[in-house]
Design a protein around this ligand. Structure first.
Ligand code: GLY
Length: 301
């Protein structure tokens, strides 16, 4: 009975443990990836996802989430959702209950309300404190208090939870959830809810999920590319490394700089791997052959 769950960052470990158990008990990969995302969304100590996420420049927590079913390539995405704690579950409902793939902002919030999701306050004392501190720093670093603009973007806090899972029925799924970069402009969307960039999965091959600076990640459709590499015979580890290197060097050559990029990959045989263009990236994973553990990743560039 082959299975695996892999998710970006150390903060996913509790969710990965729970999802591994769910799968061992016969649960579906789609439920497993949603479960991991919900664990992280509910954790106020994670300031880049869900409840406790650092707000945009206006002080609002705007969330993006996506889920994909590798069995039929169905997709559910929400972008720029405010006032709901678990955007991943709204995205799941977009996948299952809506004729559309993507709902944004007010439309997504109306959809969530219609199907019975409870409104919630997402700001915490800690996230308000961080927002106020950043506002003050931005005000002193720029005469006009421009916040996040092209010349002076205060980029941090883009640690998305991205998950790929394979269940014992050989079905795969993936998901992402994020509050995006801290102090972003209202309406800004990163890579996480963009199919092919932030996530991709196909039962015939495998899946991938990304984390890092969305503005750069989305330039290379990195998750679709990594899945295609696995389809050509590369292992998940090789595919992750090749995909990160390709987009990194392509952007570096032209721009002389690249934001943080990291991905996790898993194939339909229970193998998994991860790669990053910077030090410090970690992922959590478990499978029928490996106990839940955190893996440290060395930069591949
Ligand atoms: N990778 C998350 C974001 O850029 O929004």
């Amino acid at each position: 009975m082959t299975w695996s769950v892999i998710a970006t960052w150390k903060f996913s470990i509790d969710g990965v443990k729970a999802a591994g158990k769910l799968i061992e008990d016969g649960g579906k990969s789609l439920d497993a990836v949603e479960l991991v995302a919900r664990y992280v969304e509910d954790d106020p100590s994670v300031d880049s996802v869900g409840y406790g996420g650092i707000p945009n420049i206006e002080g609002e927590v705007e969330l993006d989430a996506a889920i994909m079913n590798g069995e039929d390539l169905s997709i559910g995405v929400v972008m720029g959702v405010k006032g709901y704690k678990n955007p991943i579950s709204i995205a799941r409902k977009v996948l299952t209950d809506s004729p559309h793939n993507i709902l944004i902002g007010q439309g997504a919030e109306e959809f969530a309300a219609r199907i019975g999701f409870e409104k919630a306050i997402l700001l915490t004392d800690e996230s308000i404190k961080k927002w106020l501190e950043r506002k003050k720093q931005l005000a002193t670093s720029s005469k006009e208090n421009k916040g996040c603009n092209k010349e002076n973007c205060d980029i941090y806090g883009h640690d998305t939870v991205g998950i790929v899972a394979l269940d014992i029925f050989k079905n795969m799924a993936c998901a992402t959830s994020t509050s995006g970069i801290a102090m972003k402009q209202r309406g800004r969307v990163g890579d996480s809810p963009l199919v092919g960039s932030g996530f991709y999965v196909d039962n015939y091959i495998g899946g991938a999920a990304a984390t890092g600076l969305g503005e750069d990640i989305m330039k290379g459709c990195i998750c679709f590319y990594a899945v295609q590499l696995m389809g050509e015979g590369y292992s998940p580890q090789e595919a992750a490394e090749l995909a990160v290197k390709k987009i990194h060097y392509r952007l570096f050559e032209k721009n002389g700089k690249v934001g943080n990029i990291a991905i996790v990959c898993a194939d339909n045989k229970g193998n998994f791997g991860g790669a990053a263009n910077h030090e410090g990236f970690e992922y959590a994973a478990a499978s029928d052959k490996t106990l839940p553990a955190i893996y440290k990743v060395k930069s591949v560039v």
